[in-house]
Design a protein around this ligand. Structure first.
Ligand SMILES: C[S@@+](CC[C@H](N)C(=O)[O-])C[C@H]1O[C@@H](n2cnc3c(N)ncnc32)[C@H](O)[C@@H]1O
Length: 210
């Protein structure tokens, strides 16, 4: 419990509060840019088509990318400010997104509903993450894919917000892992992701044929 609280209130800010994120997304421009995440772009050709759910999607750079590739795409986040920008970004590109403004904590992604789920730098509280990761496989259709990139802190365990891929893979039940790796890379994804960062990257599939 103590580690969960310290993760929640690190640096005196509550990253679990929509207000924290609304303030960031109310700034001019796009906090993480308008181009998709590098890892999502890298694996895009390995993803099935159909229905995509982008969890903790922020201002829509990844959802718009998948919609541009022909997927029916839902952008989910608890920041209403971010999702308005996501809708605007999609409209600029002649696209439409389904928008879901809600907290991961009470969110039911359904069963066998999605061909692709992304979670790009969505780094929820560890209790919430573990509960979500235990059921993500069931939310995918057989053959469906999960694409995940997240910040990593050295030696972080499962009570941390930022564990590496061995911990994350153990929490992601019922998936086959095509890529699961940690590396230090240079992020150039908007002004909040600019510089060297250790990250975990995971591409995993629900076993079975579509
Ligand atoms: C680092 S940003 C990443 C945004 C986006 N995925 C991207 O890569 O551009 C983290 C996002 O997670 C969202 N978020 C954090 N906790 C959440 C929660 N409990 N429920 C829904 N969204 C949440 C924030 O609003 C924010 O948009």
């Amino acid at each position: 419990m103590a580690s969960s609280m310290s993760s929640r209130m690190r640096d005196g800010v509550d990253r679990n509060a929509p207000a924290y994120w609304d303030a960031r997304f109310a700034e001019d421009g796009f906090a993480y840019g308008t181009e998709p995440n590098d890892f999502l772009r890298l694996v895009a050709d390995r993803l099935p088509g159909g229905d995509a759910l982008c969890l903790c999607e922020g201002e829509g750079r990844n959802a718009t990318f998948l919609a541009q590739r022909g997927m029916r795409t839902t952008a989910m986040d608890f920041s209403a400010v971010a999702l308005r920008k996501a809708e605007g970004l999609a409209a600029q590109r002649g696209l439409r997104l389904q928008i879901l403004c809600c907290d991961l904590a009470g969110f039911d992604p359904g069963v066998g509903r999605w061909d692709v789920i992304t979670m790009i730098f969505g780094q929820p509280d560890p209790l919430l993450r573990r509960a979500l990761y235990a059921r993500l496989a069931a939310c995918l259709r057989p053959g469906g894919a999960l694409v995940l990139e997240t910040k990593v802190e050295e030696d972080a365990g499962s009570d941390s917000r930022y564990p590496g891929s061995p911990v994350l893979c153990a929490e992601l039940l019922g998936l086959d892992f095509a890529i699961a790796r940690d590396s230090t890379r240079v992020l150039r994804e908007g002004r909040y992701h600019d510089g060297e960062q250790r990250t975990a990257q995971i591409l995993a599939f629900r076993p079975g044929y579509p």
